[in-house]
Design a protein around this ligand. Sequence first.
Ligand SMILES: C[S@@+](CC[C@H](N)C(=O)[O-])C[C@H]1O[C@@H](n2cnc3c(N)ncnc32)[C@H](O)[C@@H]1O
Length: 362
Amino acid sequence: MRNQEENSATLVFPAVGQAAAEYIGAATLRAERIVCASSVPCDNVGGQFGDIRHLPSIYHDDFEHAFLALAKEQSIARLFCPVSTVYAFMRQFLSVQHLDIQLIGFSPVRQQIELHRQLMSRTIKLLALVELCAAGASSLSLLEVAGVIKQASLIYGESNDDKLAAMMGVLATASSGDVVEIGSLMGRSAFVLLYLARRYSVGSLLTIDPWSPVECIQRESPSALQTVADEWDYEVLSEGFAVNLAPFGSGDHAHIRAPSSTAFELYARRDVIRSSRGDPVDYLGSISVIHIDGNHDYDSVKKDCALWLGKMLPCSWLILDDYIWTHGNGPYRTGNELLQEHADRIECAFVCGKALFVKFSF
Ligand SMILES: C[S@@+](CC[C@H](N)C(=O)[O-])C[C@H]1O[C@@H](n2cnc3c(N)ncnc32)[C@H](O)[C@@H]1O
């Protein structure tokens, strides 16, 4: 019995599209035996599903015989079905045939409906946070916040929903000026900043990330964190960032691939900084919002603040990431020092999504 279970397989039918590819990828990692089948020869685009068995169309008379034969031959115990019409047909087919085959998950359409409902109920809470942080200045609708959160979730990153919601709030109150991000990884927070900078006509976005192993070493953090950084392919991160932001245009955004201190020299000198399409981006030379999320060692965060905060406009926002952080206390120490040092010009400060938000009044 146990041997039979161990030898059982999951049939992916029809093996087509992203959902099937993702299921197969995850199943392979957990050593689940997979059999792929399709009725349409061109489904296996570029051979991405490996060997693929043919099954007749569900509307064809041969389907029943062919499916039962394949199920028996391959000890099929589970069925993953990424197409709604086939899912509905198979649910009925398995029941009529009294087959002991588990149909995995919800139908694709129902899955989307569930995901959408989850997003909207999460967004209702986030909208309250956006409005609280904006102190009445937000003009973002529930649908807009949901759209930004959903789009951001498609980009790999380290900014959580609460922090992104607080960003959506504070940019509503930002004065005109440059928006700067130090440390972009694959662009999650950069995308949100770009959207908001446009939405509230704040100014152009400058993102900075060297994507280099030397710069990424967190000397003060436990070695477990170093191991994660060792796995990064920096060229892929850089290309991934470009891909993730490409659909959103680039006239008001440029990226400097260099450490923040080098980028600061270019910015302070008012050098021409060009977008990914090669056009000069219009920067004011003074900052309305800065998101500091680069190297988290104390000396690095301290240096980022020492250099860049001198360029802040009156009524500007500092977002200091990982003020609350389990892997070190560079942002926490720096943040506390700033709060003390600039106490007389801080209009408000709060912590949200582990980041420290500080509004300077002058
Ligand atoms: C925590 S990640 C940024 C996450 C990103 N803001 C997000 O929301 O997904 C830190 C990034 O800082 C970058 N970094 C490290 N040292 C840096 C430096 N000296 N200047 C600018 N960026 C740096 C790393 O390459 C890495 O991509």
